[in-house]
Structure formats: structure tokens, C-alpha cells
Write a protein that binds this ligand. Structure first.
Ligand code: SF4
Ligand code: FES
Length: 251
């Protein structure tokens, strides 16, 4: 294999149960124009070193499982071409801001614990007495468009890896959770905004964000979590003002 036909992957290896810390390991893989970084890692796994650990599933930017830091930037490895980094080497690390389970696999349990707090599902009206059991909750294309952007999230966690606020304060509920809260708030069938405001108006909610905007820059699905956070700041501020000025029944 000539150097023009290959590229070096510089991969972070780490087994927390046996290693004192992460270390680099280099692998030479074929440089083909149609190969992604994930293809390079799979070549290593299949042909060179079966002990290398990483997550992936769909290979088409849908499942959200193959996120890693490539040359320091959070990316979906199945949507990032090796040729963009020629002649190399290409550094591959686990997503920043998450504990490492092994090599390139990170522990996402913090996000999994936070996500249900924003109730990312449709919350119906409290009074169901007017609703027939077999009624359909139809939406117009315009109503769908209102939240479509925020519904594209694939939970890839690139935005958490890019967020310096989350890096400094892991209590921050984080960009994707807030974007998903906004997705349901904007749904014409949902009545759960006030419940989500209670969570996102707290100290670890939207006000922890200093509007760095990296979450939106790295999002592979153009979800724009930064705008969801700013919209929520406005909502929580208005909610607080109304609670202060208006009698309970008029809020
Ligand atoms: S908002 Fe974007 S970057 Fe964040 S988890 Fe969802 S798809 Fe990934
Ligand atoms: S493997 Fe599914 S998004 Fe990359």
C-alpha cells in the first residue's frame, strides 16, 4: 500500500478498568474516496485489531450512535469522509464531556436520565371529556412545519460534546433535551408547556446556557438547539413576569 493509497488513523484507546489513562494507537487504513471514518474504523476492527471498541449501527446518519471527536470536532463518523483529512493522520477520540466506557464508547446515561425530565412526548389536555375515543388529532402541513426542525434530532450527542457549558457544569440539562422540549411545545396537539417550563426555568435549565452556539454549529441534522434555548429563555421570562403581575386565573 503506497502512502497515497492509505491514511493513518490515530485512535484514542482506553480501558478504564486496566489503563492509567488514554493513549494513542496508530493504524494505517486504505484511503478510498467513498470511505468514511467509520469505514476506516471497521477496517481496523475486521482486519487488524478486533479489540478496538466503538458504536455504530445504520451507517446513514439516522441512528445517532457513531458520534466521535474527529480532529477535535464532534462528528458522525458515518457521514465524515476520510479523504477530507488526507494526507492525515486523522485523530479519533471519544465524544468529549462524557465518561469513557472503553476506547471510543462513551456513557450516555446522564442524558438518558435528563431526557424524561422535559417530558418529550405529547401531553394531552387535562379535560378529555370532550374527546371521542376514536377521534383523530389531525394537523395541517403548517402545524407540522412549526416543529419539524426540532423533530429531526437523532440523539447523537454531538451538541453535548461541543458545549463548553455542559463541559464545565454537567448539571446543565443540555441542548438536545431543550430542543426536544421545544419540539413538543410547538406541537398543536400538546398541552405540556407549563410542565416543561417548571423544569427548564430551574437553575440547571435554559439559564445555564451562555449562548456560545457551538451546539447548532455541530448538529448534523440542522436542529438548531441554540435557537430552542433562546426561545425557551423568552418563554420562561414571560412566564415569570405573568406569574408576578397577573392573578392566578389570568396567567
Ligand atoms: S440536537 Fe443535533 S447534535 Fe444534538 S443530539 Fe440532536 S441531532 Fe445530535
Ligand atoms: S451509524 Fe447511524 S448515524 Fe452513523
Amino acid at each position: 500500500m503506497t502512502s497515497a493509497d492509505s491514511i493513518q488513523l490515530r485512535v484514542s484507546r482506553y480501558r478504564p478498568d486496566t489503563d492509567a489513562g488514554p493513549h494513542w494507537q496508530e493504524y494505517e487504513v486504505p484511503l478510498r474516496k467513498e470511505w468514511t471514518v467509520l469505514d476506516g474504523l471497521n477496517h481496523v476492527k475486521n482486519e487488524v485489531d478486533t479489540t478496538l471498541s466503538f458504536r455504530w449501527s445504520c451507517r446513514m446518519g439516522i441512528c445517532g450512535s457513531c458520534g466521535m471527536n474527529i480532529e477535535g470536532e464532534p462528528k458522525l463518523t458515518c457521514a465524515t469522509f476520510l479523504s477530507d483529512y488526507a494526507p492525515g493522520p486523522v485523530t479519533i477520540e471519544p465524544l468529549a464531556n462524557f465518561p469513557v466506557i472503553r476506547d471510543l464508547v462513551v456513557d450516555l446515561s446522564d442524558f438518558m436520565a435528563k431526557l424524561p425530565r422535559v417530558k418529550p412526548w405529547i401531553i394531552g389536555a387535562e379535560d378529555h371529556s370532550q374527546v371521542e375515543p376514536d377521534v383523530e388529532f389531525l394537523q395541517t402541513p403548517g402545524q407540522l412545519d412549526a416543529y419539524r426542525q426540532f423533530s429531526m434530532c437523532i440523539n447523537c450527542m454531538l451538541c453535548y460534546a461541543a458545549c463548553p457549558v455542559y463541559g464545565l457544569d454537567p448539571e446543565f440539562i443540555g441542548p438536545a433535551a431543550i430542543a426536544l422540549a421545544e419540539r413538543y411545545d410547538l406541537d398543536s396537539r400538546d398541552h405540556g408547556t407549563s410542565q416543561r417550563l417548571d423544569v427548564l426555568g430551574a437553575h440547571d435549565g435554559v439559564w445555564a446556557c451562555t449562548f456560545v452556539g457551538e451546539c447548532t454549529k455541530v448538529c448534523p441534522k440542522h436542529v438548531d438547539p441554540a435557537s430552542a434555548i433562546q426561545r425557551y429563555k423568552l418563554k420562561t421570562a414571560l412566564h415569570t413576569v405573568k406569574a408576578f403581575l397577573l392573578p392566578r386565573g389570568a396567567r
